[in-house]
Design a protein around this ligand. Structure first.
Ligand code: FAD
Length: 402
């Protein structure tokens, strides 16, 4: 037997690919997961990038697509076992607070921030959420100042998930069960004689009975699919505001929609401060240009990464923080480039592409739900869909008909 043949090769070692490899290895499958390590810096970058190169992702059930919350709940239940097994911690408790205008008119924001649906979804999953009016919000979080007429939904037992640490834990567990972790990028796949032959950027080759593509927002740019998915990729900006004395800032993590005089001023996540690898603490905001930079090719993506993110997002983020936390001063801001994707129905694709290829892609909430998406993708790579959630829910949509 060739040493570079595996029952399954997972392409992409981000949150979903590493989870898929871990579940396969746990089931005794001979699996290799191929993906590059995080580059040291965006400067001078060439090659692919990821959505998970950061220290914090919100992990909660306050999401409008019930399926996102359901996949997250299933993932969450296995976090303790993964942590215990690997000794790698990747969650920090936080309150998740969704702040929104009490009366939100129609429009796209109303879909993502539908208070009634958010609360009902949480209830359906048995998760306690509190509804707070303006006064209740001020009493619960005295440091925060939200716009008049805004209210909140609170999930007190949410987490900030460190996606880099999650990936480390998944890969460590996968390795414990015999998975091979290969640092390369897959350039081509070719099916011959009932096997898939994969060639890496380094010239290395592998063969596999089954391939799982877990290449995130970059999936349509990899050239590994015969036709494009209905999946749009964007160059998103993360704004990091340095916090010199994190002990002095007691705040929850927020999904914040802010309106003034009927105009939308901000919509995005404001994350409680976390320590970063440079030894400093940063409070993180999603930049307002989140969906302004569509990316279609690997070259466009690499150029976006080299830009370091959109610095025009900094003044807007600073204004949001000035209003939200008026007793704290933020003077140092940085940007980081990030990749984000969207699918037409805001749901993941976990589907079979052909006899030898399975796809596992999540758009905007793929850190919190990655472990369960990986489990389902592993199931599909090994045989038929047997989960109680109907498979139709996760069927891929294509940008072009066959
Ligand atoms: C600003 C921002 C905020 C977000 N907030 C949240 C949040 O609060 N909660 C949440 O759950 N999610 C959030 N997300 C989304 C989340 O980060 C992504 O959904 C998640 O990272 C997707 O994981 P993935 O494994 O599918 O893709 P990625 O994280 O992109 O990983 C894919 C991997 O595949 C590799 N790859 C690509 N092409 C190849 C190839 N040809 N060969 C080998 N490897 C390849 C890449 O290098 C990468 O390592 C946010 C994203 C952004 C950008």
């Amino acid at each position: 037997m060739q040493t570079n043949h595996h029952e399954v090769v997972v392409v992409g070692a981000g949150p979903i690919g590493s989870a898929t490899a871990r579940h396969l290895a746990e089931q005794g499958v001979d699996v290799a997961v191929i993906g590059p390590e995080e580059p040291a810096s965006p400067e001078g970058h060439a090659g692919t990038w990821a959505g998970y190169y950061d220290e914090g992702r919100l992990c909660h059930v306050l999401e409008v697509p019930l399926m996102t919350s359901m996949l997250t709940m299933r993932s969450l239940r296995r976090f303790d076992a993964l942590r215990t097994r690997t000794g790698i911690g990747f969650t920090t408790p936080t309150h998740s607070v969704t702040v929104l205008p009490e009366n939100l008119g129609p429009g796209s924001a109303a879909t993502w921030f539908d208070r009634r649906v958010l609360a009902a979804n949480a209830r359906d999953l048995g998760v306690v959420v509190h509804e707070l009016d303006e006064e209740g919000l001020r009493a619960a979080y005295p440091d925060l100042r939200v716009e008049p007429g805004h209210v909140a939904l609170v999930q007190p037992d949410a987490y900030i998930l460190n996606p880099r640490a999650l990936v480390r834990a998944q890969l460590a567990a996968a390795r414990q069960d015999g998975a091979h972790v290969v640092r390369d990028e897959v350039n081509t796949t070719e099916t011959r004689g009932g096997r898939v032959r994969l060639t890496g950027r380094t010239g290395a080759t592998w063969t596999a009975d089954q391939v799982v593509l877990a290449t995130g927002a970059a999936t349509n740019m990899t050239g590994l699919l015969a036709r494009p998915l209905a999946l749009s990729a964007f160059g998103a900006t993360v704004v990091l505001a340095e916090v010199e004395d994190p002990g002095s800032l007691d705040m929850p993590t927020m999904m914040m929609l802010k309106y003034r005089d009927g105009a939308r001023l901000y919509g995005g996540i404001v994350m409680a401060p976390r320590p970063y690898p440079d030894g400093r603490w940063y409070l993180k905001l999603a930049g307002t240009s989140l969906l302004d930079t569509p990316l279609e090719t690997a070259e466009q993506t690499a150029a976006w990464v080299r830009s370091g993110g959109n610095r025009a997002d900094i003044p807007e983020a600073a204004a949001v923080l000035r209003d939200l936390l008026p007793h704290h001063e933020f003077t140092t801001f940085r940007t980081r480039p990030c990749l984000v994707a969207s699918t037409p129905g805001d749901r993941p694709y976990i589907d079979r592409v052909d006899e030898h290829t399975v796809l596992a892609v999540e758009a905007e909430r793929g850190a919190m739900s990655a472990d369960e998406i990986g489990r389902l993708a592993a199931m599909l790579a090994r045989g038929p869909w047997t989960d109680t959630i109907p498979h139709e829910v996760f069927q891929a949509e294509w940008a072009e008909p066959v």
